[in-house]
Design a protein around this ligand. Structure first.
Ligand code: ZN
Length: 513
């Protein structure tokens, strides 16, 4: 972990020298541990071809009321201050003009009898919507308080693409998004990485966001108000509302092809039949590389995020391979690329798997663990939604760990790291992280330490290795995941999602019943 987060590795950006050094190092550790190559063409690498898109600051977005002359007064929105966005068509120039339709939350969820689109044809339209999902306290309706996949902006954009829309504009509000405008602006004004579109593939010419104020301004041009629209979006009877507004957008972009890679090592199982199936362990190796300096330091070392997970992954590989009697199923150790860029490395693996998803038992992920010592508790959000849950509970019991429920389910943390890529193709998947009840520390120490790491070091150059760190808790979390993996690898049946879960259909589609 100390090596991976050293300045020598230059922050491990995808497709940079530092990133190549990191992946070469992890592959070498896998080889030393006795793992077989699990990647392309008998290598330890799966190449991940991506397209990088940076929207130029000269991007323009303007709204005109329909029925006024074309040269009438257009309301212009300011890049970064009022709107951000990207042209997902992966071309350098895209201009378009289209009608705006407000589609509420933009959700089609038959299992909740919810369809914001009804029978409206939105082909060629710009869809305006809110992120998030209908409010609920009933766990059977949109997960109750917890955010489901339907509430994530990624889902909205995909749904709009399927419906043939030309663009999406999400009106940002801090409560619906769960974070402030700076977070949106910072994330969207740098280069975005995408898996290359297949020939003829559908994509949005604008996947964008407007500030609450700008959204209010646009809605008021159509004689509507934000509050009224938020309220309308909460109803099952909601119907798309054509706003009588035309959007003109110009999205000049810098586009480049980049090649990064996932690292994959395999330990073959002992059962003649079950060894064709795998348990996956994953951790992302990438971080932000060299970027905007903060206090004179431009290297985003990513020690906690996520050299910690990589260290655990390499130790798990070592431990699994060293077992004299191997578990029945095989194990695939996967260090994935580009988590910090919308999890493209794990997305690429999940959609181009080296082992079919229907032969993958579970994916156990490690991302951003804090080396502050041992805890009495562990967090495994999402594991309770899978049939691997009894195994998880048993492992916790054996290690005298308390399973701590997600303290803030409404923030949708489950949807923000690599395991989600696996879940979306049906693989039961979750991350293992420590709780906040630290042994030998005063009450409240954990919450305070997490907050401090979040406010001072998270995604900043100061996320650096500290000699004072105590790694005993990370070892504990590694052992916990190890026990779960072994038990799942030895079970007769492949785990799946519980009845009613949003990912069950994908699991069944992959052939697991
Ligand atoms: Zn991160």
């Amino acid at each position: 972990m100390k090596f991976l987060s050293s300045d020598l590795l230059e922050g491990r950006g995808p497709a940079t020298r530092g990133g190549d050094l990191a992946t070469e190092y992890i592959a070498t550790q896998f080889a030393l541990a006795g793992l077989k190559p699990g990647g392309d063409n008998g290598s330890y690498f799966q190449s991940v071809p991506l397209i990088g898109i940076t929207t130029e600051a000269s991007a323009r977005l303007a709204a005109t009321k329909e029925g006024t002359a074309n040269d009438g007064v257009a309301t212009e929105f300011k890049w970064a201050d009022e709107f951000v966005g990207v042209n997902e068509r992966q071309t350098t120039e895209d201009q378009f003009e289209a009608e705006v339709v407000f589609v509420g939350h933009g959700i089609v969820a038959p299992e909740y009898q919810w369809n914001d689109f009804k029978d409206a044809d939105v082909r060629g339209k710009v869809l305006m919507l809110f992120t998030n999902e209908p409010a609920s306290s009933d766990p059977k309706f949109f997960g109750g308080r917890a955010l489901t996949n339907y509430g994530r902006w990624t889902y909205k954009n995909e749904q709009a693409t399927r419906k043939g829309a030309v663009g999406v504009i999400i009106i940002h509000t801090t409560p619906t998004a769960g974070y402030g405008w700076e977070v949106v602006r910072n994330a969207w004004s740098r280069e975005q990485l995408f898996v290359k579109l297949p020939p003829g593939g559908q994509a949005l010419a604008l996947a964008g966001w407007l500030t609450q104020q700008a959204g209010e301004k646009l809605l008021s041009m159509a004689g509507h108000h934000l509050d009224e629209m938020l309220k309308a979006a909460e109803s099952r009877d909601f119907r798309p509302i054509p706003l009588g507004i035309r959007i003109r957008a110009s999205m000049p972009s810098r586009v480049r092809a980049i090649e990064t890679r996932n690292v994959a090592g395999l330990v073959t199982g002992s059962d003649a039949k079950l060894k064709s199936e795998v348990v996956i362990y994953s951790a992302h190796w990438d971080h932000f590389g060299i970027g905007t300096p903060v206090n004179g330091d431009a290297i985003y070392n990513g020690a906690v995020d996520n050299a910690t997970g990589c260290g655990i992954l390499m130790e798990l590989a070592h431990g699994w391979s060293a077992q004299t009697k191997k578990p029945r199923r095989s194990a695939l150790f996967l260090a994935v690329a580009a988590e910090e860029s919308q999890r493209r490395g794990s997305e690429y693996y999940a959609t181009h798997p080296e082992i079919p998803t229907g032969k993958t038992a579970v994916a156990i992920n490690y991302d951003r663990l804090v080396p502050f010592g041992r805890t009495r508790d562990v967090v495994v959000n999402g594991a309770e939604r899978t049939t691997a849950w009894p195994v998880v509970e048993a492992a916790a019991k054996r290690m005298s760990l308390t399973i701590k429920p997600d303290p803030r389910p409404e923030q949708g943390r489950y949807y923000r790291t690599d395991h989600i890529s696996f879940a979306r193709v049906g693989i039961p998947a979750f991350s293992v992280e420590e709780g906040d009840d630290f042994i030998g520390k005063p009450k409240g120490f954990g919450a305070k330490a997490f907050e401090e790491d979040n406010n001072l070091h998270y995604h900043r150059p100061s996320d650096e290795f500290q000699e004072s760190w105590d790694f005993s808790g990370l070892a504990e979390m590694a052992r916990f995941g190890f026990l779960i993996g072994i038990d799942v690898a030895n079970q007769d049946r492949l785990p799946t999602w519980r009845a009613g879960d949003e990912f069950l259909a994908a699991r069944e589609k992959s052939g697991v019943r």
